[in-house]
Write a protein that binds this ligand. Structure first.
Ligand SMILES: [Zn+2]
Length: 376
């Protein structure tokens, strides 16, 4: 069986796996990997399906991690190409999940097939594919890692196929990611007629003052590989339709992207302190989604950089920018580097990738495998 990375990408795109739906994507992947000789385990938790597939029992163990779930379409009528047809036009493959990140999975599958056909392979190779990256990330990678712990089967290195490229394919790879904290602050007051403010307590000014304090000073100035940590307000809701009523409560939502100088706990304490000082009667809910991580293993970073350079002739930039990924869980068990297609259209209407980029990524992945197993 010889697979083609572009056709396999198209087949995966045709699986409507809007998170947390499996959509046929893991069934397809399991079939393909079994054909290549992998032992496959479907690991389903709650409403989420995951797949762990492994070939070989020797050392070292290299893992490719990714997800087949995709974000919703948004306004489906606004798409100029059917998001689940796997259509190719103008040299691009269109569809939900092309950039993030089914085509990278297809590229790695084919890279593995080519690598295995040309090498007397002694190590082990695995795929950790989740259907719960885009949603809560509770029943996906975290659960599979627990399962791997019981099997004593943690990999020695992990490559994640999330989109990382900017202008040209693999001009950037990610060697860490920022952490994330979200919060909900509700200030309570006393409702009443605006003509009698002496008897009321308007919670809006207190909320605005609190947010201003949170925003007025930078959290930090950034570190070697990270941008400054940053708080963004995402919504302020009063729900008051009347122009003559002081509302009894107002709620603000915010998100904080944190670098390696912060922890979720530090940020939580800071926000709690500010609210205690300025918010008056309030409720605060803070959720820490993970701290920042930075891969320390220079060998893996060099290996991936070199593979990119060998194929494209360019040295990739090492970055920690962008959204959080499941790398935040895997980093506790082995070094992680992320290398994938262009980020530009991910999560957008008319998400697409260059067909040529899928071929180049496949070649880069094949080189990474060659260099990893030769080096050890
Ligand atoms: Zn993704």
């Amino acid at each position: 069986m010889t697979y083609d990375p572009v056709s396999l990408s198209q087949e995966l795109i045709r699986c409507p796996s809007i998170t947390p739906e499996e959509g046929g994507a893991l069934v397809l992947l399991e079939k393909v990997l079994r054909n290549l000789g992998f032992e496959c385990h479907r690991l389903d938790y709650g409403d989420v399906s995951n797949l762990y597939a492994k070939i070989g029992t020797g050392s070292p163990h290299f893992c490719f991690a990714g997800h087949t779930d995709v974000v919703p379409l948004g306004d489906a009528s606004a798409w100029t190409h059917d998001p689940f047809s796997g259509q190719i036009s103008e040299g691009k493959l269109w569809g939900r999940g092309t950039a993030d990140m089914k085509c990278a999975i297809a590229a790695f599958v084919v890279a593995v097939e080519r690598f295995l056909s040309q090498n007397a392979f002694q190590g082990s190779l695995s795929f950790l594919i989740t259907g719960d990256e885009e949603k809560d990330a509770i029943h996906g990678t975290v659960k599979v890692l627990e399962w791997l712990k019981n099997r004593n089967d943690f990999p020695d290195a992990c490559l994640i196929g999330e989109p990382t490229s900017q202008v040209q394919i693999c001009d950037m790879i990610k060697i860490g990611r920022r952490g994330s904290v979200t919060g909900k602050l509700t200030c309570h007051g006393k409702q009443g007629h605006i003509a009698y403010p002496a008897f009321m307590d308007n919670p809006i000014p207190r909320l605005l003052k609190t947010l201003q304090v949170l925003l007025e000073n930078p959290i930090d100035a950034g570190s070697d590989y990270f941008e400054p940590s940053r708080l963004e307000i995402t919504s302020i809701d009063v729900g008051n339709k009347a122009s003559n009523i002081i509302p009894n409560k107002v709620t603000a939502y915010f998100g904080v992207r944190i670098n390696d100088l912060q922890t979720g706990e530090k940020i939580q304490t800071w926000i709690e302190d500010v609210c205690r000082e300025t918010a008056g009667h309030h409720d605060l809910e803070i959720t820490c989604h993970g701290d920042a991580f930075l891969t320390q293993d220079q060998d893996l970073i060099k290996l991936v950089s070199l593979a990119v350079q060998n194929v494209t002739g360019r040295v990739p930039e090492l970055s920690t920018s962008g959204a959080t990924t499941d790398g935040r869980f895997i980093t506790h068990h082995c070094p992680v580097v992320e290398c994938g297609l262009k980020e530009a259209t991910m999560h957008q209407i008319d998400e697409h990738v260059e067909v040529g980029d899928i071929e180049i990524l496949t070649a880069i992945y094949e080189r990474i495998l060659g260099q990893f197993f030769r080096q050890m």
